[in-house]
Ligand binder design. Sequence first.
Ligand code: BES
Ligand code: MN
Ligand code: ZN
Length: 499
Amino acid sequence: MDFVIQSDNPEKYHGDCIVVGVFESRQLTESAKILDTASGGYLTKILEQGDMDGKLHTTLLLHAVPNSQSARILLIGLGKQKGYTEKTFQAVVRTIFKALHQTGARTIGLPVADLIVKDKNIAWGMLQSILAAGESSYRFDQLKSKRESSQPLLEKIVFLVNDKFVAASAENVLQQGIAITRGMHVTKDLGNLASNICTPTYLAERASEMAKTYNLKLTVLEEKEMETLGMGALLAVARGSHQPAKLIVLEYRGRQDTEKPVVLVGKGVTFDTGGISLKPSADMDEMKYDMGGAASVFGTLTAVAEMQLPVNVTGIVPTTENMPGGNATKPGDVVTSLSGQTIEILNTDAEGRLILCDALAYAERYNPEVVIDIATLTGACVVALGHVVTGLMGTDEPLIQALLQAGEEISDRAWQLPLGEEYQELLKSNFADVANIGGRWGGAITAACFLSRFTKKYRWAHLDIAGTAWKSGKEKGATGRPVPLLTQFLINHSQSIDG
Ligand code: BES
Ligand code: MN
Ligand code: ZN
């Protein structure tokens, strides 16, 4: 899909469809008024007939409106003007694209300034519209023998902005929106793929394709090399699986090599059965998305490379299956991690932290500016925060604030949970330096506490995306989060290096 900005008045736009808003009750927005006047009060007449009131989630498609340059006008209900918030805007753009996909329109005009929220600017409105367009046109049908019928026809979205200066300054937002959408699609595809296809080897192949496309440096460590290095924790998880584990490193260089990279570490468990501490069977299919952290690293690198952002980013993806088996790790087993710390594995289902702790220790070699790990780490995080916000913990307050801020900016929010000594104590082991579980309560926090023991040499934050990377129920599937948050963070970070 193409996106362009045009500084044009709505009545001059000639395309397949122009979209204009109506507040409750029957309050025309600026652009709607212009079209109404041009048509000799046609819109007002239709509204007065009672065909549309402006209620949220409602639309009305008009054809061949008098004196209109575009073939259709889509009226979109904005709800009550008073309660019009960021959330309403997002609901509105979602409704717009849903309605448009049911028409034959290929090019549409969107006077976006009419629809945005008070404390947000046009750039925000455009970016959110592009993400919504991307969301609505996403299909995952590569595993169906026949493609599903409702392929979107939409080809081009023209943001109509009547201020030339604003139009010019918003230009690079288009590029950002397109890049983030592309990244999110990568992340969604990987998350949605079945685990018999999306194996650690498959992820390494995809990384290799990305390396070729975007000229990234790729390193893949095989089990033998990991053994030599002493990655006993990661390999302990891989023991039950017939699929060989990998550690994938992708390096994007948007600046000189001397500039320290932001290191993103993504949990890549391509299927989590729980291992010998086997999970219950209900909904176990969803554990194919336990590589959502890894997928978001690939997605973010895609977005960053598409934008050619002036920043250095290194993605590290430890990847394996977590399976039961005759050779699998058993509860009570003690292993030595790359950091030298010994770990008592009391529960083989707490495997994410085991592969991450070795990847985090390995991250030291890349001389990071900061390290952010992203993981579908705990069910406890879903209990605490639901599917709405991502859990955020860490040892570097400025980094945490920067991530919170980025999430706020792009509406892909995170929420900070505490870490601390009282929680660390719960990880005591009678037989090793640390246990891999901390008991029943505060599970998202004790998991992060475990990770923190392997991140002492650099600034670190952790995103628990167990709730936000996936939707259950009727719309089951990957969400593409937190690619927007991470990309916005990197955009801001690249600007802070310059400033
Ligand atoms: N991959 C799961 C976490 C998870 C649960 C992600 C639900 C998405 C939805 C993780 O490996 C896990 O099993 N965690 C355990 C930890 C426990 C054994 C301490 C959990 O959350 O139950
Ligand atoms: Mn698990
Ligand atoms: Zn897991």
